[in-house]
Design a protein around this ligand. Sequence first.
Ligand code: HEM
Length: 155
Amino acid sequence: MQEIFRNYGTIIIFLHILSAVIWVGGMIAIRFAVHPSLQSIDEPKIRLGKTLQIVGRLFNIVMPFIIISALCGIIILKGVGYSGVLIHLKEAIWTVMTLNFAYMYIKRAKAQKFFNNGDLAKAKEMVKLLPTILLPINIVLGLMAILAGVVLRGL
Ligand code: HEM
């Protein structure tokens, strides 16, 4: 790992930060820009259909970066030789964010099935916690992970 970090350190840190930008930035954009604007669509079927589609596309973009983020984070920490509470905090945050992501992914996929079968009420029920609780939790955790990264790096 130290060898990999010595040779490819710049690209590895770049990929780690890029993953955070896409994962956390993507969630913020969907939650605070796209979602409120979708709510102005009057037709319920189009509103829910578009919401499911946009969130699904974001989730697919984010998925590989969740793995890249952890892989690069681990290479950096072994390469530099970081240890201590902040590293464990970052690992714990990553784990909770990933479990929350997996839960949201499954809920959205189930909602899509209900939606495709014409059951709008059940589809809506499946995803109702996403904008109110689950996405905000991951946004806050993501911001904490970024802050922990900055503190780890030092000035
Ligand atoms: C397995 C989980 C993780 C590990 C082991 C890890 C490890 C690290 C380490 C060692 C650094 C310091 C880099 C340096 O010395 O320049 C760092 C920085 C950073 N981390 Fe993570 N990280 C993890 C998860 C995350 C997550 C989930 C996010 C955000 C979604 C994140 C965002 C960042 C950012 C933005 C920096 C750059 C800070 C800076 O250079 O000022 N990390 N991370």
